[in-house]
Design a protein. Structure first.
Length: 505
């Protein structure tokens, strides 16, 4: 490959940029709903199906085909709206968003414009240190996804330089909900963190609402991130850029950070930020110019004449509200309460991704303190060492519960438990199996212990003399010898009792 020398984009050091400029964010999140069929027709929706096998005349935009609204998609949109503390419209309409692109076979996207199904909400976003930042939600509206273009033959995968392009309409018409924030102000230097935490909180909510698998890597959740700078929090909003389709939490954070540094350099030079969409490049961690951003007028929005308005009855909305599951933040509060963890302990558990694991371990019978000890101690250490997620460690909460119950019943001690854990992680089976296979059980048979004790006493007659003389200090030497002889498998407390009995007798 030839090295291409791209003009270097001037950047201001991040800390310096946020000292002198106030960043303002706006985030649009698209979530693909996990309905069985598409938004306006009965084409099935299944990830990974062969191209153009999940289409109907409606999703291909064939002349005369008429759309019908997917009732489940409307219900899911209402669930999302309610979870985000939104008002639900008594009546709302679909609108045509007109533009030409081959992945939109109708030449318009059926969306909502001035009448979204949900509006005026908010979400309290919790940062890693427990700080809460309230994000105001302007609207959540229903729309359909576009198809997928594949550009073949170019070096970048983009249309420029490609020899030809392929279109797959399987995705065209999959129901989406788009959630749009009001300008997010007051985050200051923590703006990138707030952006990331917000998208992550939404993903968690989609999952517990069971409206989407919400898998970022499959593009079920996509974020468009608007960033602008102004000289101070009192100044009017600056010109924003919109970085499209950022598909991981980490990328959301990095893209915001990059745009802040880039825009600060432009403003420092006395130039104006261009209002445009930008592409995020995962590999290099930069954004590049896309197209100059269309204003809404360019889309010639108008009400969709082929669909009747959607008017969810208040009874139905209340029915849906009554069946909303416990939301992630409320669940965290409840569990912390039940488990008696300190704030910092709970934050560490959440940040380590151990919440579900500990909950399952506790459900399997382990005390909250015991569950936390394993997952946040030995296992967290090993996960970090092997660079894998805690949830991907080759051990289950049920196995941890089994391990802890072996300790609690005295069949193994802490030291042996570590060896058992090692065996389980090495794929030798569950804790009971490892104990049996490796012969790790504590020797609690007094007969076996007494034999080892008698050997130790015989080997150290001077110690026996001292102890008989009333000095119990040196008895540790005998216990140590017994533990060594039993390869750490004796119960030290029982050994001590037996040794004193033996000497006394
Ligand atoms: Mn959209």
């Amino acid at each position: 490959m030839t090295a291409v020398s791209a003009p270097t984009t001037p950047l201001v050091d991040y800390a310096d940029a946020v000292r002198r400029y106030d960043p303002v964010l706006g985030i649009e999140v698209h979530v693909e709903l996990g309905t069985r069929t598409k938004m306006f027709c009965a084409a099935e929706v299944e990830f990974g199906a062969p191209p153009n096998t999940q289409v109907t005349p409606v999703s291909l935009g064939l002349p005369g085909a008429l759309p019908v609204v997917n009732g489940t998609a409307v219900e899911y949109a209402i669930r999302i709206g309610l979870a985000l503390n939104c008002q639900i419209a008594e009546t709302c309409r679909f609108a045509r968003k007109n533009y030409f692109y081959p992945d939109v076979p109708k030449n318009f996207q059926t969306s909502q414009y001035d009448e979204p199904i949900a509006f005026d909400g908010w979400l309290d976003v919790e940062l890693e240190d427990g700080t809460i930042h309230r994000v105001e939600i302007e609207r959540a509206h229903m729309e359909e996804d576009a198809g997928k273009n594949t550009h073949v033959g170019g070096s970048t995968g983009r249309i420029h330089g490609a020899e030809y392009s392929l279109v797959d309409y399987n995705r065209a018409g999959i129901p989406l909900v788009e959630i749009v924030t009001r300008p997010i102000t007051g985050a200051g230097e923590r703006a990138p963190e707030v952006a990331r935490a917000y998208v992550q909180a939404l993903r968690d909510i989609f999952r517990v609402l069971d409206v989407s698998e919400a898998r970022m890597e499959r593009g079920n959740v996509r974020a468009d991130v608007n960033v602008s700078l102004r000289p101070s929090p009192e100044a009017p909003l600056g010109t924003r850029t919109e970085t499209k389709n950022v598909n991981s939490f980490r990328s959301v954070e990095r893209a915001v950070r990059y745009e802040i540094s880039r825009q600060a350099a432009i403003l420092d030079a006395g130039s104006a930020v261009v209002q445009e969409t930008r592409h995020w490049h995962e590999d290099t961690g930069i954004t590049t110019s896309g197209r100059v951003k269309s204003d809404a007028e360019d889309y010639r929005y108008f009400p969709e004449p082929d669909l009747v308005p959607v008017a969810p009855s208040r009874e139905w909305v209340e029915e849906i509200r009554a069946t909303l599951p416990e939301l992630p933040q409320a669940r965290r509060r409840r569990l912390q309460d039940e488990w008696g963890y300190a704030d910092a302990e709970m934050r560490d558990v959440v940040n380590a991704g151990a919440l579900d694991l500990i909950e399952a371990t506790v459900a399997a019978g382990t005390s909250p303190a015991g569950a936390r000890k394993w997952w946040m101690g030995e296992l967290a250490r090993r996960a970090k060492q092997d660079d894998v997620a805690l949830a991907d460690m080759p051990i289950t909460p049920a196995q941890i519960a089994e391990l802890q119950s072996l300790v609690d019943s005295g069949r193994i001690n802490d030291k042996l438990a570590r060896q058992v854990l090692e065996g389980v992680l090495a794929g030798e089976g569950g804790p009971e199996e490892v104990v049996a296979a490796r012969g790790l059980e504590v020797v609690s048979d007094d007969g076996a212990l007494l034999a080892a004790i008698d050997d130790a006493l015989a080997a150290q007659p001077d110690v026996v003399e001292k102890v008989r003389g009333g000095n119990q200090g040196p008895v540790g030497a005998i216990i140590g010898a017994v533990m060594k002889a039993t390869r750490g498998q004796a119960d030290a407390k029982r050994v001590r009792e037996l040794v004193l009995e033996r000497i006394g007798g």
